[in-house]
Design a protein around this ligand. Structure first.
Ligand SMILES: Nc1ncnc2c1ncn2[C@@H]1O[C@H](COP(=O)(O)OP(=O)(O)O)[C@@H](O)[C@H]1O
Ligand SMILES: [Mg+2]
Length: 237
């Protein structure tokens, strides 16, 4: 290889940045039961990690701790190199709003807003102007193949369509990390497959890392790495 070619390769190498997610020594108890015992996990930018585990093993709890929906008993959580737990609650909340997207099993779209307005919400919360939020939300719906349903209320959409709108909403502000909790749990096999492919492609296109909890073997294939949560600890699969 010539010096020129190797120089070009070096120039185009991805920059070495902080992990998309870094969790260290995370503990969570409910009553006397220790659900997470010093759990540590690092996810590189763009990596897709599937989290398996039996019902009740603590998958949702782990995602909720990362998303700040519940407090941990101990441990630290960094997203893109910035600590999002402890410290100033407003700063942590702002960082999470900027850096995170969350896709739920039950979609959780706002029922009184149409698909387009649902996707605009995270942008408006971040201070994006209304016309710009509208433009970006429309483009995101288009890239997920659901722009034709932009003016439909969630109740008029199928489960697969609702989940695509929810994915659009979770990605529209270009988060570093997308959390997905059983995102195909309410879908038939065909819609589940479509949603998994969209999650995979969308994360790839936007460089978002993915942490997806599931107990579906079908969903596990969407990951670049598979972990299992059992007995309060993470295990490589
Ligand atoms: N807020 C809570 N208070 C008490 N127990 C809880 C709470 N949230 C979850 N749990 C318990 O923690 C366990 C794990 O729940 P969860 O994280 O939802 O597991 P998974 O998502 O793997 O099915 C369950 O036994 C559940 O009942
Ligand atoms: Mg769960």
């Amino acid at each position: 290889m010539s010096a020129r070619a190797s120089g070009a390769t070096a120039l185009h190498r991805a920059p070495v940045g902080p992990a998309a997610l870094s969790v260290s020594g995370l503990d969570k108890r409910f009553g006397g039961h220790r659900l997470l015992a010093s759990v540590s996990l690092e996810i590189a930018p763009g990596e897709r990690v599937v989290l398996l585990g039996e019902s009740g093993s603590g998958k949702s709890t782990l995602l909720n701790l990362i998303a700040g929906l519940e407090p941990a008993d101990a441990g630290t959580i960094h997203i893109a190199g910035q600590r999002v737990d402890g410290g100033d609650a407003d700063t942590s909340a702002a960082l999470r709003r900027t850096r995170l997207g969350f896709v739920f099993q039950a979609f959780h779209l706002l029922p009184q807003l149409d698909a387009l307005a649902n996707v605009m919400v995270p942008l408006l919360l971040l201070g994006t102007s209304y016309p710009e939020a509208r433009r970006l939300a429309q483009a995101q719906l288009e890239s997920l193949g659901i722009a034709a349903r932009a003016r439909a209320l969630p109740a008029m959409l199928s489960g697969g369509e609702q989940q695509r709108v929810a994915i659009a909403r979770a990605l529209v502000h270009r988060p570093t990390l997308l959390l997905a909790d059983e995102p195909t749990g309410n879908l038939d096999e065909e819609n589940a497959q479509r949603v998994l492919e969209l999650l995979e492609t969308a994360c790839h296109e936007h460089g978002a890392a993915l942490l997806m909890a599931t107990h579906s073997a079908q969903a596990a294939r969407a990951g670049t790495r598979v972990l299992r949560l059992a007995h309060a600890s993470l295990h490589h699969v």
